[in-house]
Every structure is written in structure tokens, then in C-alpha cells.
Ligand binder design. Structure first.
Ligand SMILES: [Fe+2]
Length: 389
């Protein structure tokens, strides 16, 4: 029996979930205290009917539709110029993770006097920000993966150093999220699969990250259960609103859970995305089994638990790994990084940069540059044997 997928949630922020709720966008802006929103969206969405309708529904709004995948500081700069030129007082982030991240950073930077990179997620650097200078954000995700709509950080590529930086501030969390499954029905199958696997990896890495955070662990487990159940359905029939609704929820759950930490998959995927411009979710999906295998000895208990929650035919680590490989194959995700255009000529550099990525600290087994390079090379070659630590 299907349930009515509609609800108002108050954590980790205010979420208005349910098909058709984009009709409440103007009310969401009013509730967030935004009178003149800048609508920030992806280049590929800027002419889409849903974006045009959103603009029409918002009085005194203008469109900034120049965000691309793996967004850079120049996207933020251009958006900030549009924000100031239009005299805006808040942002509607509308689209995939890139649009949401850029929208959040535009709102964050709108009242700051220091440069963007002063707010990288290092130590207490976030306290350098003037909290009064952070404008409110309403987030409208159209993909189910990143979970940026419920996140307090954004990933922006520094074009000079070619490194992805995490910009963090607790007040970067959107005030209101509109989680409307109807907005994701047009998402192509491959993007649905890749973004959905990003959400799975968020849940998986969060659960496996060391540390005491049973709240995050519970959210992560239920997120994985929903993805196991509904991602194949969303891929098979893009118009399956029930599957789309659960996937949007699971994506938000992944980002909620990874406040606990991420791990080696994201540590490697960030520099790979920076250097090879690969899709973030797809990169994670390819890398997952190699990092899982590396971490095997440290995650036996957690793998057992996940395998039981997912009700897999074979319990334990081996059953879980076999399922991940089969699930990826069914979703059309390649087994090697080579198949998505990644080569080993930067392997040493990828290893070094992965080691200093903030995600690396959440890996259940401490990892250094040499180990990360080894995992990266295995993922290029499609070699699981000999990866275990
Ligand atoms: Fe991710």
C-alpha cells in the first residue's frame, strides 16, 4: 500500500515535502524573510518550464542561471555581482548540488568582507564570518543525491590551485527546503543512478566513520534501506513519484548523516572531480567497492548490520560487497575509473590531495597518500584483489 508522501519536517531544517509543493515557493520565501530573491540555477535548467514558472511566481526575483557542474569561485563571483546589482535579500537555490552549493555560498558571501577562501572548512575558520552578513536561502533540489539542501557546507573548486574546497558555516543551512518529487521526474536515468549512488555513499561512509553519533547512524541506515528499495524503481520509471519522493528524502538523510563524517570514497572523488571534471556521484559510485574492500577489516560489524537492514541474501561483508557490485551493474555504472575517462598519470597527485581532503579523516582505517594512491590505481584498473588492508 502506498502512503501519501507529504509532510512538514523540522530537522535538520524546515522541510516541506510532497509532490506539487513547489506551488508554495513564494510562501517559503516570505517565511524565510526574503522579499527579493536571486534564483540560482544550473545552466542546463535555466530555460526549463519549472524554472520559468518559479520566476513568474516570485515577485521581484531575477535569474542567475550560469552554474555548471564542479562549480568554481568564478561562478560564485558572477552570482554575487548579480545579487548586488539586483539589490537582492536572499537566494532561492534551484537545481542539482552545484546550483544549491553556489546559491548557498552567494547568500553566505553577500555580507562578508573577507575573501571566500578565508572560510574554508579548517579548524574554526568559520568563526571569521559575520553571521549578520549571511542572507537566507530557500533550497529546491531537483536531483536526489547531494543533499546540499540540508547541508551547512558547499564544495567550490579553486581554479588557481585546482583543488575542491569545502566552505562551511552553520548558518549556511537553508531556512526552508521544498522537497517536491515532481521536479525530479525529468531527470535522465544515468543522472538518477549517479546522484542516487552519491546519496548511498553519504549514508555508507557516515555509518562507517568512527565516532559516537547514534543519531547519524540511524538516519544513515534508513537512508540506505530506502535507496536499496527505491533507486532501481526511480531508474526504471522516472515518473514513479513514490520512488522519487523516497529518493529525495534519502538524499537529505545522507547529508544529515554525514555531519558525522565521510571517508576515503569522497577523499578520492574530490581530487578526481577537480582534475578530470567527472560527475561527483558517478565518481563515488565507481570508487565505493575499492574503498569498502580496503576498509574491510574495520567495518565487518557495520557491513553485517547493513546487510541485515537491506535484507540481502548473503549477510556480512562479502554479501554486502557482492550486492554493491550487482546494484552498480544494474544501474549501468561502470566498474573502473578508466571507463569514465580517468587515467593514472596523476595518481601520485591524487593520492596526496586525497590525503589532505577533509573527508579522509572520517575513514575507519587511517589512510595516507600512499594508501589512497594504491586504492585510486586499483579503481582505474578494476582490481579488487589485494586492496584489503
Ligand atoms: Fe557526495
Amino acid at each position: 500500500m502506498s502512503v501519501k508522501l507529504r509532510g512538514n519536517w523540522n530537522y535538520p531544517t524546515t522541510v516541506w515535502a510532497g509532490p506539487g509543493r513547489i506551488a508554495e515557493l513564494a510562501a517559503a520565501c516570505a517565511a524565510a524573510g526574503i522579499a527579493r530573491p536571486l534564483l540560482v540555477t544550473d545552466e542546463g535548467l535555466k530555460d526549463a518550464p519549472m524554472v520559468r514558472r518559479a520566476l513568474a511566481a516570485l515577485k521581484d526575483s531575477t535569474l542567475f542561471g550560469a552554474v555548471r557542474g564542479n562549480p568554481t569561485s568564478s561562478h560564485v563571483e558572477a552570482g554575487l555581482a548579480a545579487y548586488r546589482a539586483g539589490g537582492h535579500d536572499g537566494v532561492v537555490g534551484f537545481g542539482g548540488g552545484s546550483a544549491l552549493d553556489v546559491g548557498k555560498v552567494i547568500a553566505f558571501m553577500s555580507g562578508q568582507t573577507r575573501p571566500l577562501w578565508d572560510f574554508e572548512d579548517i579548524g574554526d575558520w568559520w568563526t571569521r564570518a559575520d553571521p549578520q552578513g549571511i542572507a537566507p536561502v530557500v533550497a529546491v533540489p531537483t536531483t536526489a543525491g547531494t543533499g546540499s539542501e540540508v547541508g551547512r557546507a558547499a564544495v567550490i573548486l579553486n581554479e588557481e590551485t585546482h583543488r575542491k574546497k569545502i566552505i562551511f558555516h552553520p548558518k549556511m543551512m537553508p531556512r526552508i527546503v521544498i522537497s517536491d518529487a515532481e521536479l525530479s521526474v525529468g531527470l535522465p536515468r544515468a543522472v538518477t543512478a549517479a546522484t542516487g549512488m552519491d546519496a548511498f555513499v553519504h549514508c555508507f561512509e557516515a555509518l562507517c566513520a568512527p565516532g559516537f553519533h547514534p543519531l547519524a547512524d540511524g538516519v544513515a541506515l534508513e537512508g540506505m534501506r530506502l535507496i536499496h528499495r527505491y533507486l532501481p524503481r526511480a531508474c526504471k520509471d522516472g515518473g514513479d513519484i513514490e520512488a522519487r519522493g523516497y529518493m529525495l528524502a534519502a538524499a537529505s538523510m545522507g547529508a544529515t548523516a554525514f555531519q558525522k563524517g565521510l571517508g576515503g570514497v569522497h577523499a578520492i572523488a574530490h581530487p578526481v572531480g577537480s582534475w578530470f571534471n567527472t560527475h561527483h556521484g558517478l565518481t563515488n559510485a565507481v570508487i565505493l567497492p575499492y574503498v569498502m574492500t580496503f576498509n574491510r577489516s574495520a567495518i565487518l560489524d557495520k557491513a553485517e548490520l547493513i546487510s541485515r537492514i537491506l535484507d540481502l541474501p548473503v549477510a556480512g561483508f562479502d554479501g554486502l560487497l557482492a550486492w554493491v557490485l550487482e546494484f552498480r551493474r544494474e544501474l549501468g555504472i561502470p566498474h573502473t575509473l578508466a571507463e569514465i575517462g580517468v587515467s593514472s598519470d596523476k595518481a601520485e597527485l591524487i593520492g596526496r590531495e586525497a590525503a589532505i581532503d577533509p573527508s579522509a579523516g572520517g575513514n575507519p582505517i587511517p589512510i595516507d597518500a600512499a594508501k589512497l594512491e594504491r586504492i585510486f590505481r586499483a579503481a582505474i584498473e578494476g582490481r579488487l584483489a589485494g586492496v584489503a588492508q
